[in-house]
Design a protein around this ligand. Structure first.
Ligand code: CMC
Length: 430
């Protein structure tokens, strides 16, 4: 309703606020004038009740378990099998590409798949024990040094050009991170391969032996990338927006997003899931103990891959990934993979336990993605890098919306609880 108002009654005053309603019925009370006009703030430390922007990229209904990119339900990407590049284009521009547009975008990616040579050489000199997410974030930020002409973006052609470069180069960077941390020679990209297959080639080919990419593995990787491609205002996308709001460039903003993704409550959860499954497999922990530890409020342990800020239902990505896992393990004739069995058991225990049922904690995207990546031969320390590779188009789309909105810098407030006015005490008198 256009003229609907919300009213706050505080300290004898009634304050009216405009109300915004989204196209799917989300309702937000616009309190942006609360501090400037009334010197009052809201308190929402984890921003669980705060919309930081208006967006047209991705829609989630957490109660119903719905996820749509630009209006299209993710389930349709499973049945219709578009390429990751097509979905990236959709997120970046708001529309599915025509055949010509897709081919042009694909060419832009192919032309930009090599890293600047000094960057390739840079990987020779980092420790083989370096955390992959540190390398990834540094490398994405480092690209700014080689593309200074794209630090200011003021037209859509340049935006698409630099987006194609970033989406292409992150794949090469990710593969080089793997090669370096495994002491393997770097493989140059192959311009004749599609996005996912080219990545697998750079990961697993050797100078004397070409890695044959199995179609079902290529499809599974394509699907994993698509399912990670955007997720509205999650921690890393919100980080990208906060950094973008200061007018920081796309490289710096995405590098910051990668750092936010690294944490174990966000993208790093896929690594923790695999650690948990491996620990159970090796006998260090039973599934029942694992569930007990997760419920124990004195223990910081969580059932990784479970729960979500928004989904209070099965994460639709997890549903698709679980099915893909069963499919791929069946093709590999490995339906009884011990880690897959442990994951099935943990899911069964959690979904019949009142702690998880009452809190509506279901498997999230990270619960099955690692198993699928592992089936492709991708090692655990690369899982969050894979998440970042998939998420990049979403971060770029979120960056563009923030940039184009011309909005004010994002700068929250605080409730100060420190010392009141205090005097400096000279060193000799302390
Ligand atoms: N294991 C045990 N307890 C949990 C878990 C879990 N995985 N997730 C939530 N809870 C509890 C939480 O302690 C709280 O309990 P209480 O009401 O007694 O205080 C209750 O469930 C509600 O939690 P919440 O407020 O909905 O959680 P949140 O929105 O603050 O955090 C989360 C969301 C994803 C960080 C959290 O569910 C979690 O830590 N999960 C494990 C880590 C994980 O899998 N992260 C990946 C998320 S999906 C992909 C991504 O975004 O990166």
């Amino acid at each position: 309703m256009a003229d609907e108002k919300a009213v706050l009654s505080i300290r004898g005053k009634n304050i009216e606020f405009p109300v915004h309603e989204g196209t799917e019925g989300d309702v937000a009370i616009d309190i942006s004038k609360l501090y400037p006009d009334h010197r009052l703030m809201t308190f929402d430390p984890s921003l669980a009740s705060t919309a930081i922007c208006k967006s047209t990229v991705t829609y989630i209904d957490g109660e119903k378990g719905i996820l749509r990119y630009r209006g299209i339900p993710i389930e349709q990407f499973v049945t219709d099998k578009p390429s990751f590049i097509e979905v990236a284009y959709l997120l970046l521009t708001g529309a599915l590409p025509t055949l010509d547009e897709r081919e042009y975008f694909r060419r832009q990616l192919t032309e930009n798949e090599l890293l600047p040579e000094p960057m390739r050489l840079y990987f020779n000199n980092v420790p083989t024990t370096a955390p992959p997410m540190a390398l990834l974030s540094a490398a994405v930020n480092n690209l700014a040094c080689f593309h200074p002409e794209f630090l200011e973006l003021d037209n859509d052609d340049d935006f698409m050009e630099i987006s194609a470069r970033l989406i292409s180069k992150i794949r090469t960077i990710a593969a080089y991170i793997y090669r370096r941390t495994h002491c393997l020679p770097f493989m140059y990209p192959n311009p004749n391969l599609r996005y996912a297959a080219n990545f697998l080639h750079m990961m697993f080919s050797l100078p004397y032996s070409h890695y044959e990419v199995a179609p079902e593995i290529e499809d599974a990787l394509n699907l994993v990338l698509i399912l990670h491609a955007d997720h509205e205002q999650n921690c890393s996308a919100a980080t990208v927006r906060v950094v973008a709001s200061s007018r920081a460039n796309l490289f710096a903003s995405c590098a910051a997003g990668i750092c936010a993704l690294w944490g174990s409550l966000h993208g790093g959860a896929n690594v923790e899931v695999m650690r948990m499954l491996a620990q159970i497999h090796e006998g260090g922990l039973s599934p029942e103990e694992c569930i007990r530890m997760a419920k124990d409020k004195t223990n910081p342990f969580r059932l990784y891959g479970f729960g979500h800020r928004i989904y209070k239902n099965y994460d639709p990505r997890a549903k698709i990934l679980h099915a893909a896992c069963e499919r791929v393990f069946a093709i590999l004739k490995n339906q009884n993979d011990p880690l897959l069995n442990i994951a099935r058991k943990l899911e069964e225990l959690a979904l019949s336990d009142s702690y998880f049922v009452e809190r509506k904690l279901y498997p999230n995207v990270d619960f099955y993605s690692g198993l699928l990546l592992r089936a492709m031969g991708i090692p655990t320390n690369m899982f969050t890098v894979m998440f970042a590779m998939g998420r990049l188009p979403g971060w770029i789309a979120q960056w563009k919306e923030q940039h184009d909105s011309g909005g004010r810098i994002i700068r929250p407030r605080q409730v100060y609880e420190g010392n009141t006015l205090s005097d400096y005490v000279p060193m000799g008198q302390r």
